[in-house]
Design a protein around this ligand. Sequence first.
Ligand code: HEC
Length: 359
Amino acid sequence: MSASVKKIAVAVVLALAAWFGSGALGFPHVFQAMFVAYVALGLVVFLLLDAPPMKRLSGWTAAAALVGFYLVLSAIYIGGASSWPQYDPEVEKGKIEKILKRKRAMALAEQSQVDALLEQVRVLQDDSQTMMARLGRYAPAAAVAEAPPEQGALTVVERGAEVYDLYECYNCHKIGGKGSVKKRGPVLDNIGSFLTVNDIKRKIFDPTYLYAKGFEKEHKKGRMPDKYKDLMTEEEVTTLATYLSTLKDPTAKTPKPVFVKSNVEHGFTVFGYVRDASGRALPGTEVHAVPQSGHGASGKTNEAGYYEIFLHMHNENAGATVEVSAQGVKKTFVADYDPSDTITRRQQSLDLTVPAPKG
Ligand code: HEC
């Protein structure tokens, strides 16, 4: 037996080395666990070498043992596989196709915009006298080319449901009984009874904004991804939030949202979109916000032209005028929060329209 004890001791040392070694090399926990599992597997094999030989099976007992072994293995595989989120290759393919379709349509729209612009130049060269008149006539054509491609067939709510699928919210949430096998996040069937479109938008772009009651632990651990504000367009987050706001099934066990109170007294958030005169979002635009008395801060718009700036404004700054500017365009608002209210988030939505960047 001392041989087995020795082997177990060696395996423990190896397992520790595998765990801490791979940890030091920066492997994710899943991989660390896998390496340790390999060591354990090796241990089992070496222990089996010490085991007394089994009685030889023959005839029907052998066949039954083989089938039994096969059934146990299958049960482990099937059971293991079905406890993970399900991926249907066809569904995944469909999603990729949808993304590509939008991209292609956008590329086409851009192409036709370029064509329209070239045509404009030609016309302008032809006759500089009628320049202004012709520009007026061609501008609407360019605007049409820019309109979001082929959504004609979908209603806003249908499009929102599609966005929900595209961004795989179902990995953690359930709607209509479908989605997350494990209970990672709350059921959303009644979320429309609790939250407005704007609150849902805020939650998607900033998961710390509120949390579902009973999910305090998950919220603290930041389980809901904080990546959507970098990925979603304004159209996507708006249709998605609109879709979710229509879900009002009072029999569903959707937990009540709790707005996060902490830090309310520490700051003030300004957020919104920066667009050019034709309504096009301007990504990567620097935005500055400066309160009348206090320190300013700046931020940059994301892909969707969305920005968020956190200002250190305290109770005594209530009523201060804040100036927000981008590319020389300025707007002001009064931050008139109630200093005694320590629950409501202090924030202001402010969109800017700036001249299109040159070039
Ligand atoms: C990796 C898991 C995960 C993904 C993916 C995820 N969420 Fe969540 N979500 C959570 C968890 C956990 C909570 C509860 C804790 C909290 O509110 O922070 C939550 C809470 C919510 C709530 C508040 C629900 C309530 O009852 O108050 C909404 C709304 C929500 N998520 C919407 C979405 C949308 C829309 C998407 C897709 C764009 C999404 N979530 C993707 C994990 C996820």
